[in-house]
Design a binder for this molecule. Structure first.
Ligand code: SF4
Length: 334
């Protein structure tokens, strides 16, 4: 006997498919969708989150949400970084959306730490990079861990059956679930604390490799286009982003990701570069999200510097496979 089946629901396609498959395989369990909001998601990611949640939970909403309805998430350039709290109109819109969505779908648990990645960088006096992600730690992992401790049961607890958590990681990222030479992985890291984690997409793939029979409708949930289910893909995927997190922004992403953003969303790139520039000035040190490895040495490279390089060598913008170094951030408390 288990407690709730909790699906880490990131507004990404993988977590939607994983939740759908798990619900299909465990129709009598109590399912919850856990979304950790960085307050910096793309407007269309929120749209997909709500429509996707309604689909998983088999709920008809009597209202709809469109990306065009959202206010601007940006603040004026002259906003002092010390006073930065996001765009108030954007934050108020999200608070209202959150309340309406959770009212209509109480099984959608919308977890908000209250800051966005820029605020975390400022408050920690550290700009995230490919190796260290204070934003993900504060806004996703710790926020989820806090909620989980208050609302869930581990294995071996006296007061209730253990909860199960699922992640939307696919076979191509199985190392993040099982671990590799770089890290212990989500499964074992959480098991060490008594938390049960499963990865339905990986499990399904493994069953297929073993030659086991998989029902057609389950296979369809894994492979069929979203349009078959009446869902529209989140727009960032159509712009060659590999993930739908943080509005396509990511401190962990590499040059391929940023070259793609520079090409397909130059205004958003310029805004990120402006915010990074303000933070670098505020911190007063030689730090940046990207790393320049030219010449053999590793040194920080700001988005401004990377943009200059792309402009000086226009062909470079197309050297990278789109989204080649997308973000691996997930709302997992590992
Ligand atoms: S997607 Fe990137 S920027 Fe956003 S929280 Fe995750 S690591 Fe941080």
């Amino acid at each position: 006997m288990t407690g709730h089946r909790n699906h880490l629901f990131s507004a990404g396609e993988g977590s939607w498919r994983a939740a759908m498959i798990d619900k299909r395989l465990h129709p009598d369990a109590q399912h919850r969708l856990l979304f950790t909001d960085t307050l910096y998601e793309d407007a269309d990611a929120y749209r997909f989150l709500i429509e996707g949640a309604a689909h998983v939970l088999d709920r008809q909403l009597n209202w709809s949400i469109r990306a065009e309805d959202f206010p601007d998430y940006r603040v004026p350039e002259d906003t002092p970084i010390e006073e930065y709290r996001g765009n108030p109109e954007w934050r108020a819109f999200l608070a209202d959306l959150r309340a309406r969505a959770m009212d209509a779908m109480p099984e959608l648990v919308w977890i908000v730490e209250g800051r966005d990645p820029w605020e975390v960088f400022r408050d920690r006096s550290f700009i995230g990079n490919s190796g260290v992600d204070p934003c993900s730690e504060a806004l996703k992992r710790l926020a989820l861990a806090k909620w989980r401790s208050a609302n869930c049961h581990r294995e071996g607890e006296l007061f209730g059956p253990p909860d199960v958590f699922t992640v939307g990681i696919g076979e191509h990222e199985a190392h993040r679930f099982y671990g590799d030479h770089k890290g212990i992985g989500i499964l074992r890291a959480n098991a060490a604390d008594g938390w049960i984690y499963e990865a339905p997409l990986i499990a399904l793939n493994e069953a297929l490799l073993r030659g086991e029979h998989v029902a057609d409708d389950v296979l369809r949930l894994m492979l069929a286009p979203l349009s078959d289910f009446g869902l529209e893909r989140a727009r960032l995927y159509l712009l060659a982003y590999l993930h739908n997190n943080c509005g396509g922004f990511c401190c962990k992403a590499g040059q391929a990701h940023w070259a793609n953003r520079f090409r397909v969303q130059p205004e958003r790139y310029a805004y990120d570069a402006m915010m990074e520039r303000k933070l670098i000035a505020y911190l007063g040190s030689d730090v940046a999200m990207l790393t320049d490895r030219r010449g053999g040495d590793k040194k920080p490279m700001s988005l401004d510097a990377f943009a200059d390089r792309l402009l000086a060598e226009p062909g470079r913008q197309f050297e990278f496979a789109p989204g080649e170094s997308g973000c691996g951030c997930m709302g997992v408390a590992a």
